[in-house]
Design a protein around this ligand. Structure first.
Ligand SMILES: *[C@@H]1O[C@H](CO)[C@@H](O)[C@H](O)[C@H]1NC(C)=O
Ligand SMILES: *[C@@H]1O[C@H](CO)[C@@H](O)[C@H](O)[C@H]1NC(C)=O
Ligand SMILES: *[C@@H]1O[C@H](CO)[C@@H](O)[C@H](O)[C@H]1NC(C)=O
Ligand SMILES: *[C@@H]1O[C@H](CO)[C@@H](O)[C@H](O)[C@H]1NC(C)=O
Length: 476
């Protein structure tokens, strides 16, 4: 039951019609002290040049079709299983040889979440996985090969799209003071047996979902896995484990005028900061939830929020994005507390995925965005790539303040800020089509320094997620 190819895209990031001129005009309209205005505009124009390029780059992906590698020869049989399971029963699953435990969950009665029985993954409590360094490791990485991932979208298939060097695939994250446990796809599938895992958010979360699908399919025979698209959901299923790993498009988490997974040609983004039910009914009952929301907030400093009780999408207020972001995350937290069962579900929030738009940020005045970068930043001391750390702090605070349902905040920001080398750059698609050689030759205009090549950085995010999920102690 393979999903027909060329299904519509899921969630590309935003487009915006915000221009420097428009913004300047709005400053002018507001009047005020002229000299200050000039300074403000000068600074803003600079910032906006960076952003609007960025936004242009993002916009290009709005219409990209979700093309996968279904055509590529499936190389399941050739997969080099580096990650033998730790449980001995490690012979590769073949149809008919699966453990016959499917659907036996109800018979096992109540008790702690399945993870408890197999806390095979552990890291010391004192170890902060978000701090460390990238170490070149071409023995253990990449964790799969690009051409072996059947469902990988064209957007992330950098080598296939012409990228020549592959160093970006071969870095291992080495936290200070401990090691990141190996990603064990069978262990994760065992944890997800009979369960539903959902990524909810924007295209960065989809990037991570795709990575996880690739990581899991290394141990899944082709006839036992499938991927389909159902409205805002992309669903990957693994038959032998009765598991589904899904992505749900909701770039602001709450309701917005950008919720259509296919059509994003919208000039002005509007959110309903306190309405989440319409999306949330789709997540209710999921066993593992992984949220994110970031990139769409970065278009403008203020965002349009629909007034309470508004009858249509025209009654809005311009709200500082930090305030609106906090409101949205409070809406999410309240919903989680009221609707999720903390004994059954695990909830995660992924922190901000950084952009690398301005090469002078990392001391390369001759660079062009991220386009010429082949190595991670060596030393982040004193380097800022422009991540909105206010949003980071808010997300950490609000997701940490739920009353009943714990949310694990996963910091991928610091480790990702090093990775100027890991973006899709010009080796990607725009409006459904691979960039042409002419477009590839103009990275200043066409490089995507937002999304990430796969295999690549998001595999490490999943390694951290895997670690947190499998090392969690049962609550109560
Ligand atoms: C795995 O396969 C090998 C060779 O095919 C066999 O000798 C061994 O007994 C198998 N191990 C298990 C646990 O099934
Ligand atoms: C939406 O609100 C605007 C502004 O008040 C109004 O002019 C318009 O008629 C409304 N549209 C609908 C369909 O209610
Ligand atoms: C969770 O489990 C604990 C201990 O088994 C129990 O006391 C509590 O009522 C459960 N909570 C819910 C929401 O089911
Ligand atoms: C990183 O840079 C800072 C400031 O430039 C310097 O003090 C520090 O020693 C550097 N660290 C390493 C590991 O090179």
């Amino acid at each position: 039951m393979h999903t027909p190819r060329r299904k519509s895209p899921l969630g590309p990031p935003p487009e915006s019609s915000v221009t420097v001129a428009k913004l300047a005009a709005s400053y002018v309209r507001k009047g005020g002290n002229l000299p200050i205005f000039v300074v403000v505009v000068t600074i803003s124009v600079f910032a906006l040049v960076m952003y609007s390029e960025d936004i242009k780059a993002i916009a290009g992906y709005s219409l990209s079709r979700y093309k996968t590698q279904d055509d590529a020869p499936d190389a399941f049989s050739g997969v080099n299983l580096r990650h033998q399971t730790q449980h001995g029963s490690s012979n590769r699953s073949t149809p008919g040889q699966q453990p016959q435990t499917k659907n036996e969950k109800p018979g096992k009665g109540p008790g702690p979440p399945a993870g408890a029985e197999m806390a095979a993954v552990s890291v010391p409590d004192t170890c902060d996985l978000s701090r460390g360094e990238w170490v070149f490791d071409d023995v253990n990485y990449p964790l799969y090969r690009e051409d072996q991932c059947q469902f990988l979208s064209e957007q992330m298939s950098c080598l296939r799209n012409g990228r020549r060097e592959v160093m970006y695939q071969k870095w291992r994250w080495q936290p200070k003071g401990c090691s990141l446990p190996k990603f064990d796809p069978r262990l994760l599938l065992e944890r997800l047996r009979g369960k539903r895992m959902m990524f909810v958010g924007d295209s960065m979360n989809r990037n991570q979902w795709e990575s996880l699908v690739c990581l899991l399919q290394t141990v899944t025979p082709p006839e036992k896995r499938s991927r389909r698209v159902d409205g805002s959901r992309s669903i990957f299923t693994v038959e032998d484990y009765d598991a589904s790993i899904e992505f749900y498009w909701a770039p602001f988490l709450v309701e917005s005028n950008s919720d259509d997974p296919n059509i994003h040609t919208i000039d002005v983004r509007i959110i309903k900061a306190e309405s989440i039910e319409k999306h949330a009914v789709q997540w209710k009952g999921a066993d593992v939830l992984v949220f994110n929301t970031y990139i769409w907030w970065m278009n403008t400093r203020k965002i349009k929020v629909l007034r309470p009780g508004a009858k249509n999408w025209t009654h809005t207020d311009d709200v500082e994005r930090w305030d609106a972001y906090e409101t949205v995350l409070r809406t999410l937290s309240k919903w989680l507390d009221r609707n999720m069962d903390p004994n059954r579900s695990s909830v995660f929030f992924m922190s901000m995925s950084p952009l690398h738009i301005k090469s002078s940020d990392w001391g390369n005045p001759n660079g062009i965005k991220c386009a010429k970068e082949t190595l991670p930043i060596k030393n982040m001391t004193g380097v800022s790539v422009g991540t909105d750390m206010n949003l980071f702090a808010l997300a950490k605070k609000v997701t940490g303040s739920t009353a009943r349902v714990p949310v694990t905040f996963i910091d991928i920001t610091a480790m990702s800020e090093y990775r100027k080398d890991a973006h899709t750059s010009v080796y990607t698609v725009r409006q459904g089509a691979l960039l042409t050689p002419e477009q590839q030759a103009k990275p200043a205009e066409f490089a995507d320094c937002i999304h990430w090549c796969l295999p690549g950085l998001p595999d490490t995010w999943n390694q951290v997620l895997f670690t947190r999920l499998l090392s969690a102690r049962p609550r109560h």
